[in-house]
Design a protein around this ligand. Structure first.
Ligand code: NAP
Length: 495
């Protein structure tokens, strides 16, 4: 029997006002229904926003370190329920169990980090230009924040947003991705058990167009934190921008790993296998392009194809499986279409490129890990985010050409260089147009206490993670206290 989930609004688990539901199925076995969820309406979103607004008026007055203590409890409960959450996540979106454990761990780290930051919401003071007058700053919450998340990190990404938002004194209305509603529900359950007061956290299930867009359009939601595709991010930016909301956008990527002729090839190989095929290539930071120096190109391709062909596909709950399914049928179709496009464009497919014919995999949305060589910069498989287990390889003649190729993208999230040459490593750090650069590591592997985000069409300049996201969720206030007992006019009486 599938579990039945409800919205959480104003401290109560409730059905959608429409009474309608939707189900979510296991992508490794589409006969298995993971859960049944309310298909919410705009009215449900409105009720959650009203509850959040009312609760935030009180929550903002709770000292931040007290809010932080609740975050520590959230972290403790997540530790206790780590395995349960990881197994649910694998069933819900297919990622292999080791990776879903990592996803939950990132949420745990984010909770404990939030407790620390609750005592570090630093502001600044400086001397006033006038005598007997002090000037300083403080940081205040914004109000109600709308949290809209994708399916590929169903626990980690919501925690990156909700934990800092709540620690800063905001209330949140959370709309999880339709493909991963169960993990979102369990996370909210843990937050309420840890003591997040009623109304401060709300979850409303439903489609992006209905519930997500209502959060963006409602005037009482003053901040939107969105992670997802660049196409939807642009729509949200335009709509929310009409009300001059604060909007954080973490969007697509087309990340590249550059391997120079002096690189440790075994290390670079382990890196690209993890970067390109971990999470079945469905990470915003996935290695989607591989740039190989001409002197090691042929050897490296040979080594790579041998390893790719050995990757074990299957249900991610099996500890020996290395690559799980794609999240849904539409994604499987998209990947297959991109493989046809790659061939039509003249790239050479050296492995994969099809749905596996293994009968054991017949009930899941699997796709064989795929590698293309001779990929040119003009090709769509070089330029477009595929979001699946497809790696496009281009041969480059020099470090400079590698940088040019790497930067030839509308996106700029993650990047990587494998080299033993310290000068090229530092040039890469300086010249790669990306929010993240790894030296001798793959394009994936962010840590929660550092800023995370990208340049160009990957976002709009905000950063999640680290101390920077605490800036996003607070407003600066400047305070002047004049104890001179007379009117002192700045820029006039002192000149
Ligand atoms: P998506 O289709 O853009 O959806 C993301 C979220 O937005 C979902 O909750 C979705 O709801 C909602 N949504 C859809 N249309 C909306 C609308 N008109 N108004 C408001 N909300 C709307 O992205 P996805 O397929 O879930 O995720 C994959 C994308 O996310 C990739 O492009 C990937 O690179 C990106 N991503 C980026 C990062 C990063 O940090 N840069 C991290 C992870 C993923 P429904 O689920 O109901 O459609």
């Amino acid at each position: 029997m599938a579990d039945i989930y409800k919205n959480y609004i104003n401290g109560e688990w409730v059905d959608s006002s429409s009474g309608e539901t939707f189900e979510n199925r296991n992508p490794a076995n589409h006969d298995e229904v993971v859960g049944i969820f309310p298909k919410s309406t705009q009215e449900d979103a409105d009720r959650a926003i009203a509850a959040a607004k009312e609760a935030q008026a009180k929550w903002r007055l709770v000292p931040a370190p007290e809010r932080g203590k609740i975050m520590r409890k959230v972290g403790d409960l997540m530790v206790q329920r780590k395995e349960e959450l990881a197994r649910l996540m694998t069933r819900e979106m297919g990622k292999v169990i080791n990776e879903t454990r990592g996803d939950v761990q990132e949420g745990i780290d984010t909770a404990y980090y939030a407790e620390g930051e609750s005592r570090r919401l630093f502001a600044e003071a400086a001397p006033s230009e006038l005598p007997n007058k002090w000037a300083f700053t403080t940081r205040l919450p914004i109000g109600v924040a709308g949290i809209i998340t994708p399916w590929n990190f169903p626990v980690a990404i919501p925690t990156w947003k909700m934990f800092p938002a709540i620690t800063c004194g905001n209330a949140v209305v959370f709309k999880p991705a339709t493909d991963t509603p169960a993990c979102g529900g369990k996370l909210v359950e843990i937050m309420t058990e840890a003591g997040v007061p009623k109304g401060v956290v709300n979850i409303v299930y439903g489609s992006g167009r209905t519930v997500g867009m209502r959060l963006v359009e409602h005037p009482d939601v003053r901040a939107i934190s969105f992670t997802g595709s660049s196409d939807i991010g642009k729509i949200i930016n335009a709509k929310g921008g009409q009300q001059l909301k604060r909007i954080s956008l973490e969007l697509g990527g087309k990340n590249a790993q550059l391997v120079m002729d002096d690189a440790n090839l075994e290390l670079a190989l382990d890196g690209v296998l993890w970067g390109a095929f971990g999470t079945t290539g469905q990470r915003c930071t996935a290695t989607s392009r591989l740039l190989l120096h001409k002197d090691i190109h042929d050897k490296f391709v040979e080594m790579l194809v041998e390893r790719v062909n050995k990757l074990k596909l299957g249900n991610g709950l099996d500890e020996s499986v290395e690559v799980g399914p794609l999240v849904n049928e539409a994604q499987q179709k998209t990947i297959d279409e991109y493989c046809s496009i790659g061939k039509e464009e003249g790239a050479e497919m050296v492995c994969g490129g099809k749905i596996p014919d293994d009968p054991e995999l017949a009930k899941g949305w699997f796709y064989k890990p795929t590698v293309f060589i001779n990929v040119k910069r003009t090709m769509r498989i070089f330029q477009e985010e595929i979001f699946g287990p497809v790696l496009s390889i281009s041969k480059i003649n020099s470090f400079e050409e590698g940088v040019e190729h790497l930067n030839d993208s509308v996106y700029g999230l993650s990047s990587s260089i494998y080299t033993q040459d310290i000068n090229n490593a530092f040039r890469a750090i300086r010249d790669f147009q990306a929010g993240i650069t790894y030296v001798n590591g793959p394009t994936i592997g962010a840590e929660c206490h550092f800023p995370f985000g990208g340049v160009k069409e990957t976002g709009n300049g905000h950063r999640e993670g680290g101390w920077t996201v605490y800036d996003f969720f607070t407003e600066w206030k400047t305070i002047y206290v004049d104890f001179s007992g007379k009117l002192q006019r700045a820029q006039i009486d002192n000149y």
